[in-house]
Design a protein around this ligand. Sequence first.
Ligand SMILES: *Cc1c(COP(=O)(O)O)cnc(C)c1O
Length: 362
Amino acid sequence: MSAAFGTFFLPGPTEVRPEVLEAMARPMIGHRSAAFADLYERIDTGLRSVFRTARPVYCVTSSATGMMEMAIRGAPEGPILSLVNGAFAERFARIAQRCGRRTRVVSVPWGETHPLDLVEQHLAAESFSAMTVVHSETSTGAACALGPLTDLAHRYGVMILVDSVTGVGAMPVETDALGLDFILSGSQKALALPPGLGFGVASEAYILQASAVPERGRYLDPVEYEEAALRAGTPTTPALPLFYAAEAQMARIAAEGIEQRWARHAAMRRYTEQWVEAQRARGVAIGFLARPGERSDTISCLTLPTARSAREVVEGLAAQGFTIGRGYGAMQDSTIRIGHMGDHTVEGLSRCLEALGAVLAQ
Ligand SMILES: *Cc1c(COP(=O)(O)O)cnc(C)c1O
């Protein structure tokens, strides 16, 4: 038997509602059939309101890393500026390099975000075709403000490619209003679907120039996806069960309302902040890695008292029936990460944090 919903707080994959899992058991249909086109359109309609766009949302049978690669493959020819402040931002830069792009990496310490004047110095010093940025850095729990970065990039004629895998669907994202050139996500984080799908939106300007980029590959070519989206289909065989799950989840998200969903995640972040304050008042030396005002609404990365190890805390909490994550990379044992995203609630999170408080008090 599976545990009750509200116990699995990994920073990805996140917990999936049983009714969404059940939707995957439906029989197969042909992906060139009218029934599939209907299914595709229902998912696309839901995703457009999640991404706040009138553009088609590409649904790709790939994990989110594939979408990072797609964003790079179709980006205008020329050097790429990569803003790096954590493991996923670093991955985005590596992908650009491995796709043969000259890449300028601008790093700030993990847990921080890039000051605008630092970004502007680099934009002014060299000419770039595109800039990569991670909206909510899952390895550190830091979130950046997309609006000012987008305006800045556009002032220098540079396209902005955004990884919002733990942002969109949980934190305010206005794809069209901000003019994002490419924004991507994956199924298993903020959208609370099983792993295996990637989602992406390209601006009209991005897709127009992408057709002129040579060697875009085939499987992750954004132009193929744009053309397929116009026929309400996919260029290759889609992972149908995941599409069934996406349809069910889009209906749930529409019923909740995207703005209510944003509010629920902001409330979970605030609840965690208050809980950390209460722990500190009690003498437990934990804290956030990211600064106030720069914290993700979906991931809390907490620094532990020096005498505690993340492995031991995570195992202690597992014994109480809750799953959270250890830190990432060099911070694996000095931080813990709680993924309060997707379909989690303040109420469920409060039970997890109560159990965590007991483990920390030991
Ligand atoms: C999880 C994650 C990814 C990569 O996702 P995969 O589905 O494992 O490829 C990329 N970026 C961010 C910010 C993530 O949290």
